[in-house]
Design a protein around this ligand. Structure first.
Ligand code: C5P
Length: 298
């Protein structure tokens, strides 16, 4: 018997970052959209905890207990006083270390899959609590759709979205470490008065209306200067997408994946072709948003 869960990637249409807190984390106003690129996590009973991974980036995925999928299984097993003797297999399509919450997706997916396999009867609140312990972006991977995350980004309010948005994502030739990007943010803002992060009312209105032009005018990412500082070549990718007609071009989360908002599917294909031809990125994908969160598929 096994359970398979499908989990989406995310893009942040707003990532407002406050000053570093005493615990080293940053308060955020983080508007997440779940996008239609997915990892699938399959859990099967086994003699001991084991993680395997397939996909183009599989060699970059840690298979030990630092993997969020393994940590999720251990956390749930710990709570219910059982052993996490399972084989977790990750079919990975979300870029690794890309700023699209691929690791978080695997954590949320493994949690939901183990919960179903073991029949723990955990409530949604309990699962969300474990997600928040695993990482700031993990609760959103479980919930999907669109949400505002505050605190570390883990305290979610679900947002209504009035339509489908068409996106193009350009994956870079190497990853970026999220802690390193936050450290660079701290360095770049040293001595400056960093305002409290707040969600943009224009952006929330644009999402509610499903209006791509209004959304494009309102997107922002306070981590973008830090990501560009550590990975200057991303500026060329952003320019190539803008030149091809993207309504907005931004770094996804802590990067280095870049995200391009298109008016419609045809325009998304054109932007994708131009990005492929530009030679400024490794792979290019189109995807729609929002999409549902972690879902049991079989
Ligand atoms: O919560 P998560 O483990 O995903 O965070 C990874 C790293 O990103 C943290 O160790 C921290 O350096 C940084 N971070 C932060 N503020 C947040 C979220 C993450 O500084 N709100």
């Amino acid at each position: 018997m096994s359970v398979t869960v499908r989990v989406p990637a995310k893009v942040n249409v707003q990532l407002a970052v406050g000053a570093a807190r005493p615990d080293g984390f940053h308060d955020l106003a983080n508007v997440f959209l779940a996008v239609g690129l997915y990892d699938e996590i399959t859990v099967t009973p086994a003699d001991a905890l084991r993680v395997t991974c397939e996909g183009p980036d599989a060699h970059q995925v840690p298979l030990d207990e630092s993997n969020l999928a393994a940590r999720a299984a251990l956390a749930l097993a710990g709570r219910y006083g059982r052993r996490a003797d399972v084989h977790l297999h990750i079919a990975k399509d979300i870029p690794v270390a890309g700023g699209m919450a691929g690791g978080s997706a695997d954590g949320a997916g493994a949690l939901l899959a183990c919960d179903a396999l073991w029949g723990t009867g955990a409530s949604r609140e309990e699962l969300l609590e474990i997600c928040a312990e695993l990482g700031s972006d993990v609760p959103f991977s479980l919930v999907g759709g669109a949400a505002l995350g505050v605190g570390r980004g883990e305290r979610l309010t679900v947002l209504e979205v009035g339509g489908t948005f068409h996106w193009v994502f350009a994956m870079a030739g190497r990853g970026l470490s999220t802690p390193a990007v936050f450290r660079e943010f701290d360095r770049l803002t040293e001595g400056l008065d960093v305002p409290e992060p707040v969600a943009s009312p224009e952006l929330l209105r644009a999402l509610a209306k499903g209006d791509p032009d209004a959304l494009a005018a309102a997107v922002s990412n306070d981590l973008q200067p830090a990501a560009l500082s550590l990975f200057p070549e991303l500026a060329g990718t952003l320019a190539a997408g803008r030149d091809a007609g993207a309504l907005a071009a931004l770094v996804s989360g802590s990067g280095p994946t870049t995200a391009f908002l298109a008016r419609d599917p045809g325009s998304a294909e054109k932007i994708a072709d131009a990005l492929r031809a530009s030679g400024t990125c490794r792979t290019v994908r189109t995807a729609q948003a929002p999409t549902e969160g972690a879902t049991i598929v079989r």
